[in-house]
Design a protein around this ligand. Structure first.
Ligand code: HEM
Length: 287
């Protein structure tokens, strides 16, 4: 009996609760708790709603029987507590679940609306986040803070194994050959690249894909499979004078092209007239 009333109370409900209740000084109703504990225990484990309704009817019947032995009304008041606890356990569980999805949906809903604004996420988000944050903190600062980071829909692709940003950093730091990243069809020196040469490197038919950023020509080919936005996105600006840089700035102006593709630098973009026929277009030779 002693071990039941002590350690067994949290686990064994029906019989042990009776003993524990009896030992409680605050609860004068000995018989009421015994009946309820036995009845409430079964409905809790088996039926949810039915158990609640049954207990209410039981309480009334008990209150009518108790007055004989224990007239004090507090007895009727005491029984209710066990029910609320049982219902409270059930209600809280479902309620916590709904709230979570709501914030999550709220977080993802805005992004869909701002899908058109996806390009400037970093800049735009920082500019627009503050106002939303200032308003949100009073109610839910967490939801708003989480919204801004994941607010925009990501167009990132799943990169193949071995093509993570870290892998790219490792490759650029340790290229297999000195000219691997710049391309096999270019000399070791930086070259002058006329528009015709740039357009020729459109990335198809086995040709390298060249891109221009701030007047410098880079070989995009080795970076294609490392590009978080996918090969297709990066190819959109290949072999085009102003298109690549425009798209780049439109999507992620915060990305450091120069740092990431520095080892892929081929040369500088020049006009067609600047490259004389028969002359070498290697910068170092000319300079
Ligand atoms: C035609 C040119 C380019 C286009 C259209 C383009 C497009 C994209 C797109 C759509 C994404 C996914 C953005 C997102 O949903 O989070 C992306 C991500 C990225 N791109 Fe590009 N890209 C281009 C050129 C480049 C270049 C040249 C580089 C490297 C110098 C580069 C580096 C990155 C990086 C680092 C990310 C990940 C950004 C992040 O984690 O927030 N992209 N790109």
């Amino acid at each position: 009996m002693d071990w039941k009333s002590g350690a067994g109370s949290p686990i064994a409900e029906p019989e042990e609760d009776d003993d524990s209740v009896k030992s409680r000084p605050d609860i004068p109703t000995m018989r009421v708790d015994e009946e309820e504990s036995e009845k409430t225990a079964t409905p809790l484990n088996i039926q949810k709603d039915d158990g609640a309704t049954n207990t209410t009817s039981d309480t009334k019947s008990k209150s009518s029987t108790h007055p004989r032995t224990l007239p004090p009304p507090p007895n009727t008041t005491m029984p209710p507590p066990p029910r609320p606890s049982a219902t409270a356990k059930r209600k809280p569980e479902p309620s916590p679940l709904p709230p979570a999805p709501n914030p999550a949906s709220a977080l993802r809903a805005p992004p869909t609306l701002s899908t058109t604004l996806r390009p400037p996420p970093s800049t735009a988000s920082t500019l627009r986040a503050p106002p939303s944050h200032s308003l949100a903190p009073p109610t839910s600062s967490l939801s708003t803070s989480t919204l801004s980071p994941s607010a925009r829909p990501s167009k990132k692709v799943l990169l193949d194994p071995g093509h993570s940003p870290l892998d790219w950093a490792h490759l650029t730091a340790n290229p297999p050959t000195p000219t691997f990243l710049r391309g096999a069809d270019v000399p070791p020196q930086l070259i002058r690249v006329p528009p015709s040469a740039l357009e020729w490197h459109h990335g198809r038919k086995g040709r390298d894909a060249w891109g221009v950023w701030r007047g410098k020509v880079y070989n995009l080919t080795p970076y294609l499979k490392f590009h978080p936005g996918g090969v297709g996105e990066l190819m959109r600006g290949a072999g085009k004078v102003g298109e690549g840089e425009r798209l780049f700035n439109e999507v992620h102006p915060w990305v450091s092209w120069e740092n990431m593709l520095g080892e892929c630098l081929v040369g500088v973009l020049v006009s067609e007239n600047e490259v004389g026929a028969g002359e070498g277009n290697e910068l170092e030779e000319l300079d």
